[in-house]
Ligand binder design. Structure first.
Ligand code: GSH
Length: 255
């Protein structure tokens, strides 16, 4: 059993983006005591949140049990695992395996998140269409997926996890951004996963977990509360193209 904190860990999030859901997924998987403070994306660089995270990006947590305020989802992952995964369900006892999990988490933070984020930005949200920027970042996504595919394919059929033979926090950290690939690449899921059967199976195993499903149910509710559709487009705007046209025209479409 995880060590459950007596007082709920407070998690600051804005519902649309993927990074916050990484932390919620982990808290759900460990069944820890937590509460969400959901606010509008427009307010990330304003008080009160800027007083929690001077970098003005979600997620951030406040743990009243230890008096710790922490931001950067990778640092939050390492903290929760160290502090609350007492029986090492999502990590290992052994030093080498722990470092390997950290290696993959760092790769996710530096190689997956920022590149997927930029691809999505230039694909959908940037005011001008710059095909060479879209190409650069979508090529990088393909490269990251190839790295994962080659590593998972080299493992035996019953050990297709990044480290050892079980799911760890390292595997989980990749889910929220991979979950958005169809939108980011503007492709069907079959197109997204073409030539990447091992990554597909690995990803699909994790999105079937009740903890991920509960996280996405919460996301749907919080998006709805803010008048947003599933893909982040405000209600009342029918298509992503219409939304992009409004952004290009400089209209206020803030989330
Ligand atoms: N490296 C950070 C990235 C966090 C991040 O970029 N979060 C997005 C939402 S998914 C954000 O808050 N963006 C605010 C902004 O771009 O001003 C982490 O993993 O926590």
């Amino acid at each position: 059993m995880p060590t459950n904190p007596p007082k709920p860990i407070r998690v600051w999030i804005t519902p649309p983006g993927p990074n916050s859901w990484k932390v919620i997924f982990l808290l759900e998987e460990l069944k820890l005591n937590y509460e969400i403070i959901s606010f509008r994306f427009d307010d990330v660089k304003k008080p009160p949140f800027i007083n929690i995270n001077p970098n003005g990006r979600v997620p951030a947590i406040e743990d009243p049990n230890t008096d710790l305020t922490l931001w950067e989802s990778g640092a939050i992952f390492q903290y929760i695992i160290e502090k609350y995964d007492a029986d090492k369900r999502l990590t290992y006892d052994t030093s080498n395996e722990r470092h390997l999990c950290n290696q993959w988490l760092h790769f996710q933070m530096s190689g997956q998140g920022p590149y997927y984020g930029q691809a999505g930005w230039f694909q959908h949200l940037h005011k001008e269409k710059i095909p060479s920027a879209v190409e650069r970042y979508t090529n990088e996504i393909r490269r990251v997926l190839d790295v994962l595919e080659n590593v998972l394919a080299a493992k035996s059929a019953d050990q297709q996890w990044l480290v050892g033979n079980k799911m760890t926090f390292a595997d989980m950290s990749f889910v929220p951004w991979n979950f958005r690939l169809s939108e980011v690449l503007v492709q069907s899921w079959d197109e997204v996963w073409e030539g990447k059967p091992h990554v597909r199976a690995w990803h699909e195993r994790m999105i079937e977990l009740p903890s991920w499903k509960r996280s996405m149910e919460t996301r749907a509710r919080l998006m709805d509360e803010q008048g947003l559709q599933w893909n982040g487009v405000p209600k009342g705007i029918d298509t992503f193209n219409e939304y992009e046209a409004k952004i290009a025209a400089g209209e206020n479409t803030s989330q």
